[in-house]
Structure formats: C-alpha cells, structure tokens
Design a protein around this ligand. Sequence first.
Ligand SMILES: C[S@@+](CC[C@H](N)C(=O)[O-])C[C@H]1O[C@@H](n2cnc3c(N)ncnc32)[C@H](O)[C@@H]1O
Length: 467
Amino acid sequence: MKPASALEFEFSGDPLAADIDKIHRGTAIYTAIPEIEALLDRLGWPDQGTRLLDPGAGNGGFLVAALARIDMKKDDVETAVHRIRGYEFHPSAAQSARRAVSDHLLSRGWTIPAADKAAVNIVEIRDFLLSPVPVGQFDIIAANPPYWRLANLPPESAYRFQFETQIPAHAKADLLYAYLNKAVDIVHPDGLIGLVTADRWLLNKGSADLRAKIGERYTVHDIQRLESKSAFYRPKTRRKGSPARVHPVSLVLSPGDSGRRLTAEPFMIEELPEIDGTPLADIATIRLAPWLGPDGIFIVFDKTGLPEERLIPCVEPENLCPQTDTITGFNRWALLTDKAEPEASVLDHLDNQLERMPNRGQREPRWLPPEPFAGKLPLSDDAVLVPRIAKNLRPILLPAGTMPVNHNLVVVAGIPAAQLIEMLKHPLVQRQADVLALRLENGYRSYTATLLRQLIIPREALPENIS
Ligand SMILES: C[S@@+](CC[C@H](N)C(=O)[O-])C[C@H]1O[C@@H](n2cnc3c(N)ncnc32)[C@H](O)[C@@H]1O
C-alpha cells in the first residue's frame, strides 16, 4: 500500500462546491476500458498527436490508458506531464484520477515522489467550462463529456449563474453542448477530438446551431454506436441507479473536409444507402392519422343510439397484431361530423362528453373534432398504415372504409395497397427507414410521416405503371 502522500487534499471552501458535487453526481458515468482503448486506437494515439487532454477526467480512465501507450523512461515526469493532461473539477474525483495515474506509473517502476509529482501535474483540478483554458495547446482531445442539463440546478445557484453568463447561447442547453463547443474552441487547429457521447446532439433540433458551428471546422470520421450496458459504469460511491447513457456513440471529429459533413441538419449516424429511384412522396400521399381527443368523445366504443352512417371503424396500435401485421378487429368507431349541424343524438352525445376535451382540441362549431377528417378519411380504396413506434417499418393493410386515429399511425395511399406494401418492405427501403428513424427505448424507433416522405423507392421496386 502506498502511504498517504501529496495526493491528499481538503475539499476546498469554494462557494461553487455544492453545485459541483451535484453536477458530478449527475455526470459521473465512466467509460469502460475497452471503449477507451478503441477510441484511442481510432485517434491514432500516441503516433498521432503530441499532447492529449481529457477535459472531464473522472477517475482517470482515459489518462491512464493514454499514458500506458507512451514509451517513457522511469521517472520521466517531464514527458508524462507534457503529453497527458486531465481536467476534473470535483476534488475527490480528481484525487481518484491522481491515484490511478500514480499507481500506473508505480507499476512501471517509477519512484513514489516522481509518480506523485506527475499525477498532481497531469490531473488539474480545473473547471473546463468556467475557467480559462490554454488555447491551441492540445492536439488530441479524448473525452466522455458530462451530459446533464444545467436546468437541473436551481436558477439561483452560483454555478448556474456563471454558466448562464459565460456560455454562448447555442451551447447552453446541456453541459455536453458547452463541452463540445469549448473543445472545438481550444483544440489545436490541426487537432482531433475523440468523443464518447449520447447521440442526441447529433440529431436534436435544439443542437442545430451547435452542429453548424462545429461543422464550420470539423467533419465526422468513423462514428460507431456503442452498447450502453457495457460501455459505461458508475463509480462505486455512486452506484444508485443504472448508467443513464442513452444511445451512446463513439466518434472522431477531424478538421478539414475528409469526413462526413456536420451541419444544422440532423446527422445520420449510419449512412443512407445511395438509391436510384423515386421519392415515395412523389407517388403516394402520406399523412398522419388525425388526433380526435380523449376516448369516448369523437371515438366511441359503444354505437348505441348513434347513426350508423356517421360511425367509421377505426384503428389504433392496439388493434394491430404484431406477429402478422394485420388488424385484429374493430372495437371503436370515429364519429364523422362536418360543419353542418349533426342529428340531435350526435349533439346530445357530444354535449355530454365535450367537457373532457382539452382546450387545444376544442373547435368551432363545437361538433367538429380537434383534427377534422371529413372529406379526407376514410378512403374509398384500400391503403396502408404504418405504426409510428415500432422496431422496424411495418406497412399494414388498411381496408377501404376504415381509418386510423391518433398520431401513432401514418397513412400512405394513392397507389394500390399491395404495391405499396411490397415497396415499403423492400430491403433498401427498410434500411433507409432504420437509418432515418430516431431510436427510442428498448429497440423501438420512431417512423414519422416526415421520415416516410424522405424514403426513396428503388427503381427495381417500382411497379411498371409507375416507373
Ligand atoms: C462522464 S464523466 C467522464 C469521466 C472519464 N473521462 C471517463 O470517461 O471515464 C465526466 C466527468 O467530468 C466532470 N466534469 C463535469 N463538468 C466539468 C467541468 N465543467 N470541468 C471539469 N470537469 C467536469 C465530472 O465531475 C465527471 O467526473
């Protein structure tokens, strides 16, 4: 056992200390060694680059792995400190990182004073976002940046106040955004940035300006999805709850234009296949099923007393069989109304129920549903419906005279349903849908009307009368 040494220190009297502790508790989700090694391989470290920075060092996983790859003489503090640097603003995490660095150097035969000196100088207790950081000094940044919304801190908190005043608008929404923004600002102009992050900043609308800014200088090289279960762990002292890293990716940003472009548009992690064909939107109509408000108002489960000609059998996701992709039966009906005043029985029903309609669903005249569908649905021909939340793109036959309701289903129509189903099942169409769909929990993805409008039907899948 190593004796207590220069690595021990007191928790400072910093007024930000409580906030820093809270942020650390929210963000201390560490990277598993195999993922760190894989990222360092892809960065080409140590052949590529001279000085490496982990700007949120945690317990020092990246620092030790990067150090272990450097060929150094024993006690060569200068080389170690020159080449590797970690910033960590949480004192006890920094202490763990220093211990890890020191233990590593001791295992290479270093003396205790040299190992401790290197560790103290490699791991700086420093706030990467709010304190000055040298610009252009590091040509490799390797990081699993904290991912946490500052709105988790009360508005009056000291840390949040400083963050709000110092961080530019496009990087404020999350610590992750601020980290990426700062990494790009301070890295050497020819430097590489290797990241393990959640994928949301690549996809969300709220990070469009950040992507555009990073994209002015950087392109994306070599992006891969990671398994969140195996890629992360929490430090022993913070084991409550499982690691909340959703949809992680590992990627390298490099200057110039040799990688894939990053713009304000969502960045597709997998590349879309190149397809010679016709946009689905040019040959079919694609629309979201109408939202009709809470059940029991414009969607009824009991037809008693209502005129048959106003009742349209309707479909919701629970009416679909996941094994056969067919409609299992109809147990609810949509009430068809237009601007003309309906029969007394319909008005009586609505007047009894409409008090449950939220404000956003109330229309004038009151007998209109939130999203009127008269004249648009039901269709007189068979069509295709697509569940929005599913594990893959699932085209399902929608018989003429029936209609889907609520925003979890999309209707595709305009050409014979059997042809549409065949097109949507084509492997290249399925592949596009998988690339474009936002990933949700448990293997589910979101297949929206917007996504369907982006699909290209390959020439070979187009029926003769269309191609
Ligand atoms: C997701 S962990 C990553 C730790 C380590 N790099 C790894 O991958 O295992 C992020 C670390 O950044 C630290 N951190 C968060 N905000 C910071 C800031 N503004 N300055 C320095 N460190 C920060 C947290 O305390 C936490 O230990």
